[in-house]
Design a protein around this ligand. Structure first.
Ligand SMILES: NC(=O)c1ccc[n+]([C@@H]2O[C@H](COP(=O)([O-])OP(=O)(O)OC[C@H]3O[C@@H](n4cnc5c(N)ncnc54)[C@H](OP(=O)(O)O)[C@@H]3O)[C@@H](O)[C@H]2O)c1
Length: 298
């Protein structure tokens, strides 16, 4: 099976490359805007997904059975400051990939987000009406719609994840907590901001199941357990055997962000469980994997 991963220098993309190459049954191809951060990656094309000619060139040459499109912004406040930037990086790149995938007959998985709801409730279902409250969420919703409209063989994977990123990548959420505890330096984590974060290699395993199925449409791929950012930090400290005292409980009300934040991003994973007869991992299992993966980070 030929697999194309876009955004292979990213947190998710780099872990997907590692995971799928390691399985030994996939021909893995990858793209990113900058030269590859991953020395073990052989089939790599450098280019910008905003360039439809580049996208068509890659997809027509590789002829992937499956494309996992991870490209999109990860900085919610940067999107708020630059809606134009957010639109091009999110919606235009998604549309270029979807059009080309449809043309060359590739199955497509588009990586979406948990930022699509207003956070007044919790454990959102795939059928719940999206009410994005910031530019990032609005753009991801548009990218979902374009992708689904253009490519019939599409899965939209709504998620939130943490894990080890490549060495040259900016520090990600889980890494920041770990680094702060290790040094140690005090950090604030919110007790009133909830999410369902999945460890990134658990996400890769779930995406493999989805890729090999005939599912189309929207599916949540998240931790089966909701927790606050504070709970996440305390549990992380415990798993790594680190002193949790640098973590101070904070409230989201005390911080003013450029982009509006919802209090609850949590996603229900009942649909995944129903279709694939399998529970997605919870917080403890995820952090255990995060700890084990420290030695093999991309
Ligand atoms: N991180 C989270 O918890 C989270 C939660 C929910 C959803 N998501 C979504 O998951 C996806 C992946 O997130 P991530 O955290 O892995 O992102 P990331 O670490 O920022 O990686 C993004 C990747 O996309 C590449 N890229 C950016 N612009 C590009 C362009 N115009 N053309 C080609 N490649 C481009 C970057 O390449 P270079 O580095 O080579 O420039 C990088 O490899 C995003 O769509 C994000 O919206 C993330």
């Amino acid at each position: 099976m030929r697999l194309l991963i876009t955004g292979s220098n990213g947190l998710l993309g780099s872990n997907l490359v590692r995971f799928f190459q390691g399985r030994g049954v996939y021909d893995v191809f990858a793209t990113s805007r900058h030269p590859s951060y991953l020395p073990e990656l052989k089939n790599f094309a450098r280019g910008d997904l905003l360039d439809a000619v580049f996208v068509n060139q890659v997809i027509s040459t590789v002829k992937p059975d499956i494309i996992i499109n991870t490209v999109g912004p990860a900085d919610v406040d940067k999107c708020e400051r630059g809606p134009e930037f957010a639109y091009t990086l999110t919606v235009q790149t998604a549309e270029n990939v979807a059009q080309s995938a449809q043309h060359y007959g590739s199955r497509l998985i588009y990586i979406s987000t948990d930022h699509l709801f207003d956070g007044r409730r919790s454990m959102y279902l795939e059928d719940d009406e999206p009410v994005p409250v910031n530019v990032y969420g609005k753009m991801k919703l548009q990218a979902e719609a374009k992708t689904l409209a253009v490519n019939l063989n599409t899965v939209i994977a709504r998620t939130n994840f943490y894990g080890w990123s490549p060495r040259r990548h900016p520090t990600t959420f889980g890494e920041w907590i770990y680094d702060s505890l290790k040094r140690p330096i005090p950090i604030n984590l919110f007790t009133d901001y909830y999410f369902t974060p999945l460890e990134v290699t658990h996400l890769a395993e779930a995406l493999e199941i989805v890729a090999n199925s005939e599912l189309t449409g929207v599916i949540n791929i998240a931790s089966c357990q909701r927790c606050s950012k504070y709970d996440f930090g305390i549990a992380l400290a415990k798993v790594f055997g680190l002193d949790p005292s640098p973590i101070c409980p904070g409230t989201i009300n005390a911080v003013s962000f450029k982009a509006k934040r919802q209090r609850d991003l949590s996603l229900s994973t009942e649909k995944f469980k129903r279709i694939f007869n399998q529970n997605l991992p919870g917080l403890q299992e995820g952090l255990q994997r995060f700890c084990e993966n420290m030695k093999v980070k991309p």
